[in-house]
Design a protein around this ligand. Sequence first.
Ligand SMILES: Cc1ncc(COP(=O)(O)O)c(C=O)c1O
Length: 455
Amino acid sequence: MSIINFIKKFNKLNRILFTTPSHNQGKGGAPQVFGMLGRSFFKCDISEIEGADNLANPIGIIKQAQDNAARIYNSKATFFLTNGSTSGIIAGMNAVLSRNDKVLITRNCHKSVYNGLVITGAVPVWMMPHYNKDWGIYETVNLDYLEEILSKNKDIKLFIMTNPTYEGLLSDVQAISDICKKYNVKLLVDEAHGALWNFHKALGTPALLQGADLVVQSLHKTAGALNPSALLHIGADSNIDPKFVQQSLNLITTTSPSYPLLINIEGTVNYLDSAKGRMEISQLVKNVNRMVRNLRMVPNLEVFSYNNDVTKILVKVTNMSGFELSDILFEKYNIEDELANEKSVLFLTGFGTTKSKLKKLEKALTEICANNIKITQEKEDYSVFNAVEPKVKFTPALVWGKPYKEVELKYAVSRVSMELISAYPPGIPVLIPGEVIKKEHLEYLKDKKKIKVLI
Ligand SMILES: Cc1ncc(COP(=O)(O)O)c(C=O)c1O
């Protein structure tokens, strides 16, 4: 039986529960919360009652739902994550890495990878992606560079990369996985932004079809699910043992997983795989493509269109920083973007991105370019972070909890950072604990007066 059907059936039984959660399907609790979320939400919120399952050791309805997802994605195993891709990345790392194992990571990774470093005690080897100054974004994995690093560091156990990048750029994951196999390195692909890919061929190619060992996908980013629901998959041909992955997930996952989220994951996966779901993706792709075609005709507007994911729209306007464009869109048009940098602005689309919503954005961008609208608000002095090659002095795990002091920035150069400083979104680390603070970091840190350094 599916999780959804179990809950439906359970709600008709009027069972008298003396279990957690004590709200008893919404009979008690704060009225304001109840009013806001509604009775149906509370009716779905159960724990490991008779007939339900245990996310930490699934044998019943959760196992069936996960097995069904594994069939749909053609994975060796798929795990439902009620704590986002963040938890999948950490658990995936923990399933492969032991203390002092070397892990190669592209620097434009999400900050959950840092958390994984603290938990595993692994030693990071950073791969610096090329920084595209024209668009203010990091580019994809360079195959020669990957091969060079792996051939020089034969003890690397795992390679972690993000595909698509936050801004939607696509790497050649098949070639990357071939190189990883050659050097006996496992591959974890953070596909948080690629949850629609398995269901439409005009989108990126799923890493599961390109030989990755572990893949995470956030269902809430583009696939219309609630925050923070995600999937962790093991590749069909990977020799990673699902038991290790389950154990790693159990280390960091609550023992009271949210059934509303489990329903939401199960329902979203089935919808994505349905004819209706696939049609909705097709419609989205058509709508975005049409809009991008129109935008290409707008003078002074450029749309990024080199090997990128359709669901991400990256634009820039001549003589206007991305921050300025973002401010105008927000102030004058009530439009909020996903991310702005000094050059460009990123718009995320997915389920929920209607044609009329896209039309509003198209109209606003066209108007801004035609009228050269400027906002009156004082221009902020935004600092630009262009990748600084990290110098790892100690692993994040080694400096975790160690004594630190705060020093003025001018005295910080050459000291070891005890702070994780990252631009959010997308949460790409500028400095992480254990790394040496360089002169080049100061430009980025100038809003800070002091920084925590290792004593
Ligand atoms: C590239 C990337 N990976 C992972 C994550 C974490 O995903 P989640 O919010 O599902 O934990 C994010 C979130 O912003 C992300 O952008």
